[in-house]
Design a protein. Structure first.
Length: 223
């Protein structure tokens, strides 16, 4: 699929892959019956703002640590921030944590606007958009802290282990935690009938298993 260059902010390029539009379309279609078309369409700005803000959290942390500008790509199931760096474990830990923290920050700031700006309650669009934006950023931040790769929680965990363990040991422990916790979350979501999250986590678990198999076959993590 093609990509659209959206612009550059403080040296960080922003690119939108057409697969991201499929993600938006999926959320709209899945929720249109329960929310109505007008509210379901709000997922377009909510997903765009939320994921872009989240990835900028990573990019800002990368820049603050002296590794220069990054490239943000909105794609697939969310977004990615690319930067060629040789960081120390504590630096990579902070970079991983910056994503969820930025989601919580956006949720908190949005909540402040809802409570303190009277105009919001009189504008139908903002009155519908902002509570949704706050809710999904709290949810997105918490979900990202799960220690399941490729979520930020697994990056935080792995880099924490890298502070006092060899790289390979840190990888082995974190990848097995990823698979075991992912399996537990998958089963829970199936029982709770949260099918989409179950399928998403199953994809993550499969990715972790493939990383493990690659490590076993080639004796390297391929980072």
């Amino acid at each position: 699929m093609g990509r659209i260059h959206l612009g550059t902010i403080f040296g960080t390029t922003i690119t939108l892959d057409f697969s991201f539009l499929l993600l938006i379309a999926f959320f709209v279609v899945v929720n249109v019956q329960s929310m109505g078309m007008q509210n379901a369409l709000l997922f377009a700005p909510v997903l765009l703002i939320s994921i872009l803000f989240h990835e900028f959290g990573h990019a800002i942390a990368i820049g603050a640590l002296g590794f220069g500008s990054s490239a943000i790509v909105l794609e697939g199931m969310g977004g990615s921030t690319y930067n060629e760096r040789r960081a120390k474990p504590w630096q990579d830990l902070l970079i991983s944590a910056a994503g969820p923290l930025s989601s919580f920050l956006l949720a908190w700031l949005t909540g402040l606007v809802i409570v303190n700006v009277a105009y919001v309650s009189h504008d139908r669009f903002l009155a519908s958009l902002l509570p949704m934006l706050a809710y999904w950023n709290w949810l997105w931040g918490i979900f990202n802290l799960l220690p399941i790769g490729p979520l930020d929680g697994n990056g935080i965990l792995r880099n924490f282990f890298r502070l006092f363990l060899p790289e390979r040991s840190a990888f082995v422990i974190s990848i097995w935690i990823s698979m075991l916790v992912g399996l537990g979350v998958f089963i829970y979501c199936l029982v709770a009938r949260m099918v989409f999250i179950a399928l998403l986590v199953a994809f993550y678990v499969r990715s972790s298993w493939m990383q493990w198999e690659f490590f076993r076959s080639h004796n390297r993590t391929d980072d």
